[in-house]
Each structure stands twice: as C-alpha cells, then as structure tokens.
Design a protein around this ligand. Structure first.
Ligand SMILES: NC(=O)c1ccc[n+]([C@@H]2O[C@H](COP(=O)([O-])OP(=O)(O)OC[C@H]3O[C@@H](n4cnc5c(N)ncnc54)[C@H](O)[C@@H]3O)[C@@H](O)[C@H]2O)c1
Ligand SMILES: O=C(O)C(=O)C[C@@H](O)[C@H](O)[C@H](O)COP(=O)(O)O
Ligand SMILES: [Zn+2]
Length: 364
C-alpha cells in the first residue's frame, strides 16, 4: 500500500493507493476529528453493478444513502446535479454528513460539486474506480459540463481523503484503461523525462500491464499532481500545466458531444497536437513520430475525429478557461518536463490543425 499526502492551502489529506485500500475507508471515517452524522454514496450504474456490494461490505456505514447516476459524461449535467441535491435533501443530509464518490472522474466531479454546494459545502471522500481517476480524485477540481463548454460550472473543493483500491480497476474495459493512461502520459511529459521514458519502455500493451507497473505509475502520477497543486491550488499559475493536451482535448469532447470521445482519448489527441506546436513555436527537440507510433500501438487515435470543423473547434478553444480576452493559451513544452503557458495566434492554430488532420488518421 502506498500513501501520498496532499498539501494544499486549504487542506492536507491522504491518498491511499493499492490493492485492498478500501479497507482503510471505515477507519478514516471513524477517526475523523468531527464525527459524521450520515453518509451518501454517489456512484453510477456500471460501478454499482460491479462493485457496490463490495463497497457496502467493506464500509458497513450507517445511515448510508445511495444515489445511482447515469454512467459517463451523462452524470455531469444540471439535471443529474439537481437530482443528487434533491436526494440529499430528502435523506436529510446535514452539515456533518459525508458524501462518498464511488466511481470514475465523471462521478467524482459530480459528487464533489454536489458536496461543494450542498448547504454551502459539506465534506466528501473520493473512492476512485478508474485509471483516469488517479488524476480527477486528487486536487479538488469539481464540476459539471455546460453545453457550451467542458467543466464550466464548478468549484475547488478538496476531499477529506482519497481511497484508491486498485482491485476495482480489474473490471475496466480496455478503452477506459486507454482513456486513463493518457493522463499518466500527460503527468510524465509535463514533469519528468525519466518517468516518460520508463513508461515508453515499459508499457507496450494496455491489456498486459501488471499490478506493480500500475501501482508505480499511478502513485507517480499522484505525486506529480500533488506537488503542482501544493504550490498552486487554484490555478493562478503553474496548475495550468496540468491542462497539457486539454485545450484541444476539451474542444473535441464538447464539439463531438460529451461522451462520444472519452476524455483521455481527446486529451491524447490534444497532447500530440500540443507537441507539434511545441516543436514549431518553442523548438522542442522531440521525436513526435516515435511518440505517435507508441500511441497508435496502444490503440489511440492520433488526429481530430472526422466530421469536426477546425473553425468550430477554434471557437470552443476561445472559451477555454485558460483563455484571456478570447486569446487562446496552450500549455506547450520547451523540453520534456519543462512546460510553458503560451498564447497562440488563431492563424497559427488553424494552419497547424489543417496539417495535423492531413497527416493523421481517425477511424470513425
Ligand atoms: N477533476 C479533475 O481534476 C479531473 C481530472 C481529469 C479528468 N476529469 C474528468 O473526469 C472524467 C473522466 O473520468 P473517467 O474516465 O474516470 O470517467 P467516468 O466516471 O465516466 O468513467 C468512465 C466509464 O467507466 C465506467 N467505470 C468506472 N469504473 C469502472 C470499473 N471499475 N469497472 C468498469 N467500468 C467502470 C463508468 O461507468 C464510465 O462508463 C471527465 O469528465 C473529465 O473531465 C476531472
Ligand atoms: O487538475 C487540474 O488542474 C487539471 O487540469 C487536470 C485535468 O486532467 C482535468 O481534466 C481537469 O478537470 C481540467 O480542468 P479544467 O479547469 O480545464 O476544466
Ligand atoms: Zn484531464
């Protein structure tokens, strides 16, 4: 079992990572300085089907209410958010109640946002069940989507703890493993060249990763994220680097229709595009072809999905949270491990997107 402690300006909390970590949850809850009065677990239908019985068996908390929401991005809507608040009110959750998010990043973002706004904010714990959620469960960004943009309605609200039981990951379909692994690649590229090359040498197939490789890269990813947010919890500076690959990635997710392209799949395309821009604008010395071939060998798509218009994507990117006065800012790399936030002109972007589409393939 690994433990990473996350220090932010508002809270310090532990992340337990490993097989069987769920057994820690009961103790964490019982050891809380200020006792909880009731519990509400928010999960989705898929996670509930596979793991909710085990969750109850290990936690045995009373009184425990359940809220089961739709799987995937469908959970991050105003309607589902309202529905969760209604359940919380109907079950009489009070200011000392605890919300437990049990699922992937979509469930975590939703449940965290519910916790951040219910009675102006109550405590919550993240129990992630996807690879991707090594990223989403840590750091306190919680949100739902708006038809006009990804994660546009949200808050910063840190969890009390993160309990990451890798046994839950065994039921993930391969495309969700792929989605999550994109954020691992992101963490390596923005901060640690040695880690990036370790991943590239070590991970040659997503269905053959072993427990020890997974424990290593998930722990490392969480440590990287923790060190960024300990310096900049609210994204006034370097936290923006965690958005590497997301400027185009979020635009693709929104433009394709939330849930059509997974978050990580969109981010992987965004990373490749940001690397292309980095070589051109910052002189990054990096073999993009080798990287692209590695991504392809792991099953990633490597260009913008067919049917999406570059002009429309550009409009989406102008609404990105990093944009200032409509000018688009990208996280680029000077070197592997050395990111920078750079304003990129629209005409440079359009030219590069055209080139990117001409050189890539995306099987529809
Ligand atoms: N808050 C943050 O810092 C942050 C960081 C990264 C991503 N995100 C957000 O996270 C979301 C993506 O995360 P995700 O891919 O984990 O989302 P998700 O919750 O949609 O999970 C992906 C799919 O896998 C299923 N699933 C989850 N756990 C499973 C398991 N153990 N076995 C089988 N199926 C399982 C879910 O039902 C869903 O269909 C996006 O909305 C993204 O914007 C947030
Ligand atoms: O924690 C962060 O900061 C990130 O940017 C992590 C991203 O992987 C994540 O997708 C996040 O939700 C994006 O945030 P947003 O502010 O661009 O919506
Ligand atoms: Zn992300």
């Amino acid at each position: 079992m690994q433990q990473v402690n996350i220090h932010t300006s508002t809270k310090t909390y532990p992340v337990f990572i490993g097989n069987g970590a769920i057994q820690q949850l009961r103790d964490i809850i019982h050891e809380a300085e200020d006792n909880y009065t009731s519990f509400m677990v928010i999960t989705d239908g898929t996670v509930a089907k596979h793991h909710l019985d085990a969750f109850h068996e290990h936690t045995a908390l009373e009184p425990m209410f359940e809220k089961i929401v739709p799987s995937g991005e469908k959970a991050k809507t105003f309607d589902v958010y309202e529905d969760c608040l209604t359940s919380a009110l109907e079950n009489k959750l009070d200011r000392k109640s605890l919300i437990i998010s049990f699922g992937g990043g979509a469930v975590g973002d939703l449940a965290g946002f519910v916790a951040s706004t219910y009675m102006r904010g109550i405590r919550f714990i993240q129990v992630p069940t996807t690879i991707l959620a090594h990223d989403s469960a840590v750091g306190g960004k919680v949100a739902i989507n708006h038809p006009l943009g990804k994660n546009m309605i949200g808050a910063f609200h840190q969890p009390e703890a993160v309990v990451y039981d890798l046994d839950f990951l065994q039921t993930l379909p391969e495309h969700e493993v792929r989605s999550g692994f994109a954020e691992v690649i992101k963490h390596s590229l923005i901060s640690d060249e040695k880690f990036y090359y370790w991943l590239k040498e070590e991970i040659l197939s997503l269905d053959k990763m072993n427990d020890s490789q997974m424990l290593k890269f998930l722990t490392k990813g969480i440590q990287i994220k923790g060190s960024v947010i300990s310096e900049d919890e609210r994204e006034t500076g370097i936290r923006a680097y965690l958005n590497f690959g997301h400027t185009l990635g979020h635009a693709i997710e929104a433009e394709a229709g939330y849930g059509k392209v997974t978050h990580g799949e969109a981010v992987a395309i965004g990373i490749l595009f940001a690397l292309q821009l980095s070589t051109q604008l910052l002189g990054l010395d990096f073999n993009i072809e080798v990287f692209k071939n590695w991504l392809k060998s792991l099953g990633y798509e490597t260009t913008i999905p067919a049917g999406l218009s570059n002009e429309q994507l550009l409009e989406r990117m102008k609404q990105d949270k990093k944009a200032v006065n409509g000018s688009i800012r990208f996280v680029l790399l000077e070197k592997v491990g050395v990111p920078a936030l750079i304003e990129v002109e629209e005409k440079v972007l359009l030219m590069n997107m055209k080139k990117f589409v001409e050189e890539g393939e995306f099987d529809d």
